[in-house]
Design a protein around this ligand. Structure first.
Ligand code: AMP
Ligand code: MN
Ligand code: MN
Length: 341
C-alpha cells in the first residue's frame, strides 16, 4: 500500500531558492508597511466577483486579528455575498480622506480599481494579485499569476505571517477560491487548492454550504437574463466561437441588480465544440460594452483582450469596447477568429 506523506501546509511558498529570497523580501516589506500604517484602506476591481470580495474581506479580517483597523471600499456588489463575515463593514462611500496605506487585491491595473483616486493619493500602496496582465502599479507588488485565485495567494501570505486561519477567514478565503476556480474545476487549480479546502474541513468550516451559497445560488434576475443570453447565442467558426449579449434595457426589464450578470459568460463554455465564449454587456453609460471572454483550451483570451486595453488570464479575460452590439461584436470576433489561424 502506498503511504501518503502528511501535508506540510506551511510550504505553500514555492521551492525555488532565488525566488524565495525575493518573495520573502517582498513579504517582509509588506509586513513593515502594515506595522507602520495607522490608516489603511482596501480596494478591489469594478464589478467585483467572489474572489474580489473574498480577498478584500480576508485582508480586512487578517488585519483586524493583528490589531489593525482598515476600511473596505466596495460601492456596488452582489447582495448574495452579504452573508460573508465582515461584509457589514464594507463601505459604499468614503469621506474626503487620505490613507497611509492602500492595499489592492485581485485587480490587474489602476483603470479597473474602484477608488483609484484614494489609492493614488495614499502614502504607500501594495498590490496583491494573480492576473497575468498585472502592470505592477503599486509601490510593492506581490503578483503570482500561477495562483488560481487572489485568495489563494492570501492563504500563503497569511501562513507566512502566522496569522491564524479562523473559521471566518477560512470562509472568506475559500469564497475567493471556490468562485475563481468555478468550484475547484478550472485549469490552474493546484494541489494547495485542495489541501487548503481539506484543512478548512478539518477546522469545521461548512465547505458544502459555502459552495452552494457562493456558486449555486442565483438571483431570479440572473436566471431571466440567462434565458435571453441563451436565446441570442450565435455560433461562429464551425461552432468554435459562441457570441451573445445583454443590453442596459435587458437589465432594466429583468430588475437586475449589481452582480446579476455574473456567470452568463460561462453558459456557452459547456457546449460541445465551443472553444471560446464571448459575452458582451452594455455598461451603465451605454457608450461601452464590457466584453467577457472564456476559453476552454489553448486560445489565450487575455492576449485578445489586451489588444483592446484589457486583459486577465489565459482562459478568462475582459476588456471594454465602445459602440453598439453589432460594432463591438465585429471588432471582438475579428480578433478572436485570428487567434484560431
Ligand atoms: P470577467 O469576464 O469580468 O469575469 O473577467 C474575467 C477576468 O479578466 C477576471 O479575472 C478579470 O479581473 C479580468 N478582466 C476583466 N476585464 C478586464 C479589463 N478591462 N482589464 C484587465 N483585466 C480584466
Ligand atoms: Mn476578480
Ligand atoms: Mn481573481
Amino acid at each position: 500500500m502506498k503511504i501518503i506523506k502528511p501535508i506540510d501546509l506551511n510550504k505553500f511558498l514555492k521551492n525555488n531558492k532565488e525566488k524565495d529570497v525575493e518573495e520573502n523580501k517582498t513579504l517582509t516589506d509588506i509586513s513593515e508597511k502594515i506595522k507602520e500604517a495607522q490608516n489603511i484602506a482596501i480596494f478591489t476591481h469594478e464589478s467585483p466577483d467572489g474572489d474580489a470580495i473574498g480577498s478584500t474581506l480576508s485582508v480586512y479580517l487578517a488585519l483586524k486579528q493583528i490589531g489593525k483597523e482598515a476600511k473596505m471600499y466596495i460601492p456596488e456588489y452582489s447582495r448574495l455575498f452579504n452573508f460573508l463575515p465582515g461584509a457589514s463593514e464594507i463601505k459604499n462611500k468614503l469621506d474626503d480622506e487620505e490613507f497611509d496605506l492602500a492595499i489592492s487585491v485581485d485587480c490587474a491595473n489602476l483603470k479597473r480599481l474602484v477608488g483609484k483616486e484614494y489609492f493614488e493619493n495614499a502614502k504607500e500602496t501594495i498590490v496583491i494579485d494573480h492576473h497575468e496582465s498585472n502592470d505592477m502599479y503599486g509601490d510593492i507588488n506581490y503578483v503570482d499569476s500561477a495562483a488560481p485565485a487572489c485568495a489563494q495567494i492570501l492563504v500563503s501570505i497569511l501562513q507566512y505571517y502566522n496569522v491564524e486561519i479562523t473559521q471566518e477567514l477560512g470562509t472568506t478565503l475559500l469564497t475567493g477560491i471556490i468562485t475563481d476556480t468555478g468550484g475547484f474545476k478550472h485549469q490552474g487549480i493546484t494541489p494547495e487548492t485542495f489541501e487548503f479546502a481539506a484543512e478548512l474541513l478539518r477546522k469545521g468550516v461548512d465547505v458544502s454550504t459555502l459552495y452552494s451559497k457562493v456558486l449555486e445560488t442565483r438571483t431570479r434576475a440572473n436566471f431571466e437574463l440567462s434565458k435571453r443570453v441563451s436565446e441570442r447565442m450565435e455560433f461562429l467558426e464551425d461552432g468554435k466561437i459562441a457570441f451573445t449579449y445583454i443590453t442596459k434595457q435587458d437589465e432594466i426589464e429583468t430588475n437586475a441588480e449589481p452582480g446579476d450578470h455574473e456567470g452568463l459568460v460561462e453558459i456557452a463554455r459547456s457546449i460541445e465544440g465551443v472553444e471560446v465564449s464571448v459575452f458582451i454587456r452594455q455598461r451603465d453609460d451605454e457608450e461601452y460594452y464590457k466584453v467577457s471572454m472564456r476559453s476552454k483550451n489553448n486560445i489565450n483570451v487575455s492576449d485578445i483582450c489586451y489588444l483592446f486595453g484589457g486583459g486577465g488570464h489565459i482562459r478568462a479575460a475582459g476588456c471594454l469596447i465602445k459602440g453598439d452590439v453589432e460594432k463591438v461584436k465585429e471588432k471582438i470576433i475579428k480578433e478572436t477568429k485570428k487567434a484560431f489561424q
